[in-house]
Design a protein. Structure first.
Length: 132
């Protein structure tokens, strides 16, 4: 939630040091998640406006550039896209926390890290490491 709050409430650039710390914290904390599977059925979170989220990210981090070629395993880093994917998944987790159950949210957080946004987080960490 700290990462979402940073992005949602900020309107100025210069946030990279805070972002780096929050990405590290998130990556560390997700490994300590424990939950009991909640077998109840819940509705899916509402769709996230990916373009709006990306526009916000681009306005906060204008110096990031898309790298057409990357030395990291032939990937093409898109730092704005990576952060947008992380934020979108965390918005789903927050919605589940507030509207479904804490266990459902924790399961979604851990599963998303393992299968989707965790890779985006690691790619963004590498990008920021090389940028500094």
């Amino acid at each position: 939630d700290d990462l979402l709050q940073l992005i949602e409430t900020s309107s100025a650039s210069g946030l990279e040091p805070s972002l780096i710390r929050l990405l590290d914290k998130l990556a560390y904390e997700v490994h300590g998640i424990e939950f009991v599977f909640d077998e109840r059925e819940f509705p899916n979170p509402p769709s996230v406006d990916h373009q709006l989220t990306r526009s916000k990210v681009e306005s906060l981090f204008p110096r990031w550039v898309y790298l057409p070629e990357s030395p990291i395993n032939d990937i093409t880093p898109d730092p704005h896209g990576d952060l947008e994917e992380i934020l979108s998944d965390l918005m789903d987790v927050r919605w589940r926390w507030e509207n479904a159950s804490e266990m459902d949210a924790l399961r979604d957080l851990q599963f998303g890290f393992q299968t989707h946004w965790g890779r985006h987080l690691r790619l963004l960490q590498l990008y920021l490491h090389d940028l500094s």
